[in-house]
Design a protein around this ligand. Structure first.
Ligand SMILES: [Zn+2]
Ligand SMILES: [Zn+2]
Length: 164
């Protein structure tokens, strides 16, 4: 994880008078090894590989903390589970295109779109702070062949309901 992020976390922990625990550090390391979006449960599974004694409650509590610290953002990728996005530091204001069937997610950024959004917000007398757009779509394979690749596997991995 980047120095800047570590600093952000350290500052937050100090400001809140929290303790710097090895467990918390393990969780943060597990989050930033990849740029994938994840659910709390997925993170718990990931962290358990490096520390089998870590509790679900610790992972969930830390997630709330990291969101407050601005290291992570909660996003809505559809389904009934909250996803967490570790990429807003590198790509502020990015949006997500999500396949309605297999749940595949693509990130995108568009300067023109952001300016347009800001314009709309300002027109309504508000000051834009942040936004993330979610577009539901058909992935390339679904569009072309009517079937997503490895559909069942993908939906199982994302814990989406399997449709018949
Ligand atoms: Zn994202
Ligand atoms: Zn798909």
């Amino acid at each position: 994880m980047s120095e800047k992020r570590q600093q952000q976390l350290d500052e937050f922990i100090t400001r809140r008078g929290l303790r710097r625990t090895p467990q918390r550090q393990k969780i943060i390391d597990a989050i930033f090894v990849s740029d994938e979006h994840f659910t709390a449960e997925e993170l718990y599974e990931r962290v358990r590989k490096s520390d089998s004694k870590i509790s679900r409650a610790t992972v969930y509590r830390s997630l709330t903390l990291f969101v407050e610290a601005g290291l992570l953002r909660e996003i809505d990728l559809g389904g009934d589970r909250t996803h967490y996005d570790p990429n807003f530091d590198d790509k502020p204001g990015h949006g997500h295109i999500i396949c309605v069937d297999c749940g595949k997610v693509i990130e995108f950024s568009d300067e023109e779109l952001s300016q347009m959004e800001d314009g709309i917000v300002l027109k309504h007398g508000f000051k834009p702070l942040r936004s993330t757009l979610r577009i539901e779509a058909k992935c390339d394979a679904l569009r072309k062949s009517g079937m997503c690749p490895d559909l069942i596997k993908a939906r199982m991995a994302k814990k989406l309901p399997i449709r018949s």
